[in-house]
Write a protein that binds this ligand. Structure first.
Ligand SMILES: C[S@@+](CC[C@H](N)C(=O)[O-])C[C@H]1O[C@@H](n2cnc3c(N)ncnc32)[C@H](O)[C@@H]1O
Length: 242
């Protein structure tokens, strides 16, 4: 069998959110390549004596992927763990892994996204919200237009802000979002918001709940999910089907 890569979502941080199938794939992998935060999430599953572990950053990830790919033998497995779910806000890296390892040699194992946990805690269903990530390198103008439209259409929004520590002009954090919406005609005094920081971390998790205008000049961690809550509860009793 040819060498194989598992691209695995390991949940928002608490190891209790790692699925059984993710654990099994991690245990059979000879190579594990990941960022510090995700490696910490799976540290109890890793055997440093038997597995080769590569802690990467944005700067050196390309060379680590290339190095492992060229050193792997047939029948060997590699895991690249991602926070949350692989299929949300990770495509810039996942698409590159598909190129390096070859689409047919990659298996994607889904995980529980920070977006799902924020949806559960705020009671804003994913299917009734505009779900969007600003945590991308590329242009976010189109997403910003959709954000304004959703809020003005009285839709809920679940979003990942954009931290950009080296260039604050590219930041799109909760305080920037509050000002942006105010400057684009939204009455931010009336809009209910939640900010969830460090979700699932038993010691650090915090929940802010208030009006959008309260976010101006407030600082939140890079590890935050924002929910703009315009949800209207609607049960099967509303539909009078009997
Ligand atoms: C590159 S995106 C990855 C999203 C991830 N794939 C997911 O499904 O949650 C990184 C961003 O996800 C959000 N995030 C991930 N884990 C989080 C957590 N435990 N608490 C709050 N936000 C989190 C933060 O906005 C963070 O900056």
């Amino acid at each position: 069998m040819p060498k194989k890569l598992f691209v695995i979502g390991v949940g928002p941080g608490d190891p209790d959110y790692i699925t059984q199938i993710a654990k099994e794939k991690i245990l059979i992998s000879k190579y594990i390549i990941g960022y510090r935060y995700t490696l910490r999430t799976i540290e109890n599953l890793i055997d440093k004596e038997k597995q080769q572990i590569y802690e990467i950053t944005m700067k050196n990830q390309e060379s680590a992927y290339q190095y492992v790919y060229s050193n792997m033998q047939d029948n060997e497995y590699c895991t690249v763990p991602f926070t949350g779910d692989v299929s949300f806000s990770e495509s810039e890296v996942v698409d590159r892994l598909l190129e390096i390892f070859g689409n047919e040699n990659v298996e994607i194992i889904p995980g529980i996204s920070s977006i799902q946990v924020a949806s559960s805690k705020s009671r804003v269903p994913l299917d009734k919200a505009f779900v969007v990530t600003f945590h991308v390198t590329g242009d976010i103008r189109q997403k910003q237009i959709e954000l304004i439209k959703s809020v003005l259409d009285r839709k809920s929004v679940i979003l990942l802000p954009r931290p950009w520590p080296n260039d604050l002009s590219k930041n799109f954090m909760p305080s920037d979002i509050a000002l942006f919406l105010k400057n684009n005609g939204v009455n931010t005094r009336e809009i209910d918001v939640w900010i969830f920081e460090y979700l699932t971390d038993k010691e650090k998790e915090t929940i802010f709940r208030g009006k959008m205008i309260d976010l101006e000049n407030k600082t939140f961690s890079d590890l935050s999910v924002m929910v703009i809550d315009q949800n209207k509860k609607e049960t099967y009793l509303n539909f009078n089907l009997l």
